[in-house]
Design a protein around this ligand. Structure first.
Ligand code: SIN
Ligand code: MN
Length: 262
């Protein structure tokens, strides 16, 4: 699958791209059906919400489940990434951010490169974050908020927040957010299940807690050029995978083929 030149231009202008209906209802249902078993595992990649005890994020999924092993090589994700990056890249991080109904907690304002640089020694903000909505994402159940164009300012400055949630995150301060939102506004990334997002490493984003009765699970694959790999990684493999094998796409029906084989 190839992005159009208009889509590539929008990604460069805004720092993110929304691709509605990239995956079918059957595909997202098959992916979502794998989650209960993964949630039940005693695995360091399962990070639990402090207040509710629900899974906040479940990581390293392509090494824990065969369907996720195929999803990280899906041509509808990998071919656009090849087009954008134009050089070989590896699987840096694979997770589902769960944000359970009633209790899913906030992701503070941040940009991903702050963590990639500070925790892993990644030299440049070249990584791409590729999301697939596994539930319908609305204004009610904790959508991502993007600040369009904020990626073009490069790094924004960040500090490590280990207090707000159970997931340590390099976050931006209120003054920075006020300034960037004041200049650029903000957008809620909503859409039906199967919608995909692509966004850049210095794009300012976050998401509010989920007080709605609807779950909001989102799959996230971060890919990074091999030439830009971690130099001084401090985090466990499930937070930044050490395997630098370049990703090659499978066939378009790889998810249903996996189901048929199961
Ligand atoms: C979220 O799942 O709401 C946050 C995801 C991200 O920071 O990439
Ligand atoms: Mn992020």
């Amino acid at each position: 699958m190839k992005l159009s030149s208009a889509q590539l231009e929008a990604l460069e202008r805004d720092g993110f791209l929304v691709l509605p209906e990239l995956f079918s209802a059957a595909e997202t249902a098959a992916i979502r059906a794998r989650l209960p078993v993964l949630f039940a595992q005693d695995h360091p990649g399962n990070v639990i919400e402090r207040a509710s005890g629900e899974v906040r994020t479940t990581m390293g999924l392509h090494l824990r489940d065969d369907l996720f092993a195929r999803l990280v090589r899906h041509p509808r994700l990998i071919e656009p990434a090849q087009q954008i990056l134009g050089e070989p890249f590896y699987v840096q991080q694979v997770k589902v951010n769960v944000k359970a109904a009633f209790s899913g907690e906030v992701w503070q304002w941040h940009y991903d490169f702050a963590t990639h640089k500070e925790e892993d020694g990644v030299p440049l903000p070249l990584a791409l974050n590729l999301h697939v909505f596994l539930d319908d994402v609305t204004e009610f159940n904790g959508p991502l908020y993007f600040v369009p164009g904020s990626h073009r300012d490069g790094e924004h400055g960040a500090t490590l927040d280990t207090e707000t949630t159970s997931y340590p995150l390099w976050v931006c301060d209120q003054e920075t957010v006020r300034d960037l939102v004041g200049r650029n506004g903000m957008v809620a990334a909503t859409g039906g299940r199967g919608t995909a997002l692509i966004f850049h490493d210095t794009l300012l984003h976050g998401s509010p807690n989920n007080m709605s009765p609807w779950d909001r699970a989102i799959f996230s694959l971060i890919v990074n050029p091999v030439s830009n790999a971690y130099r001084t990684p401090t985090r466990p493999d499930h937070k930044h995978h050490r395997d630098l094998t370049p990703v090659e796409p499978l066939d378009d029906d790889c998810l249903s083929a996996a189901d048929a084989a199961a």
